[in-house]
Ligand binder design. Sequence first.
Ligand SMILES: [Zn+2]
Length: 498
Amino acid sequence: MFITLARKYRPQTFEEFVGQSHIVETLKKGIKENKTAYAYLFAGPRGVGKTSMARVFAKALNCEKGPTVSPCNECDICREITAGSCIDVLEIDGASNRGIEEVRNLRENVNLMPSKSRYKIYIIDEVHMLTTEAFNALLKTLEEPPQYVKFIFATTSPEKVLPTILSRCQRFDFRPLSPSEMKRKLKEICEKEMIGIEEKAIDEIVDFSSGSMRDALTILDQLVVYSGNEKITFSMLKELLGLVEEKSIEELLIYLRDGKIKDALELYHDLLKDGKEVSIIVDGIIKKLRNIGIYMIEKEKIDEREREFASKFENLPVEKILDSLTVSLEYKEKIKRESLQVVIVEILLLKLSNILKGEKRYEEVEVKKKEIFEEKEEKEIGMDDVDKNWSKILKKIKERKPTVEACLREGRVERVEDGKIYISFKKKFSFHKSMVERDKNKNIIEKVIYEILGKNFIIIPFIKEESSDGLLKEEIKKIRKFFDIEIMETEEKNGRDF
Ligand SMILES: [Zn+2]
């Protein structure tokens, strides 16, 4: 049986956790002194070991030889917890409907004694996703806890957990793994598994998974399959992740330095056409800028190839590089939150060009920058244009994602104003409306609208209650249409007859 690396190397003891020693020590202390809390909150980014820690902690509490800081991993209870099949350790996914149902049933459940372990332990993952109703059910159990019950909540968004719940928990903040911690662990695993891999590829995996060990191991798993037992190289990884060629990013930065914003934008759009993701392009820019920054402070810290490229920016003051880096990091966050990613990065490129370019080219760039925006903003695009192009827009969306088109098709463009397109949906199509509203889908639609109309629009889907008045008008329209045709046909006939 093929076991994924992420599963195989899931920590089974406290000692196996990387980078969370502050948490491990406190939990161990609690066990040793027999002072454990009734509810815990494990907060932190994805893939850093929150639920693994919850399981190990559950084992520590329930191990037949426990409570102990080193659960045996051999007794029935330990083994069942590892397999996720222990009847007294319930894992609930707060993000799923079933999870919400399970929380609802909690109140009756908690009153039943554990069947064979010391404690009944509820591990609720992504607890912030629970509905208000489920939250309330949970709160009630938290008010009068039976002694044999423990709760471990895990969340990636602690700010969304109700304060009334937070106040009842002992909180632990997990931190993303540092690059060196990740690198050490990955190397160790590759050695154990006899996976041949280039150092540069490991560095890139570490970089790409930004602190999530699970993500890193998932990539490594894919690479093992992809490489077919050959040594894993950096270029394999690049292909697998769809990374942008370094040369392209370098070219882009040179254009920006020279104030050749038009060329930069063209290259950027070529990369998009090649299927590169906006976020990966921005990551590439950040990495290069960082290297240039390091070069300016300590040349020896980067490798020769990077040094050669960075030297092309030697004449710039270091502040410009730092400013560029700051702006790029800001925009990296921006594209995570906002729609119209493609345009946001266009703006980033303009800003970078403004910062990086030599002063004398300033005016030239200003003019070009103006041209680019005015071209797009100048023409007034109204309801007529949207109407005229709507079927074209639908068609293009269909090419990208047919389900989105199928949903959007049920809507009707009601009006266009202030850069917004209002699209109404009949009540029976509320599902279709909700699909259109999803960030990902909305992005696709807005991107296509931009491509076809040359202007940015935000779409506003809404439910339009059909008033009886409206229905009547619709009906009359239909009847009139019907009779118009009838009349026309009669006239035609008459015309022919006479
Ligand atoms: Zn045990």
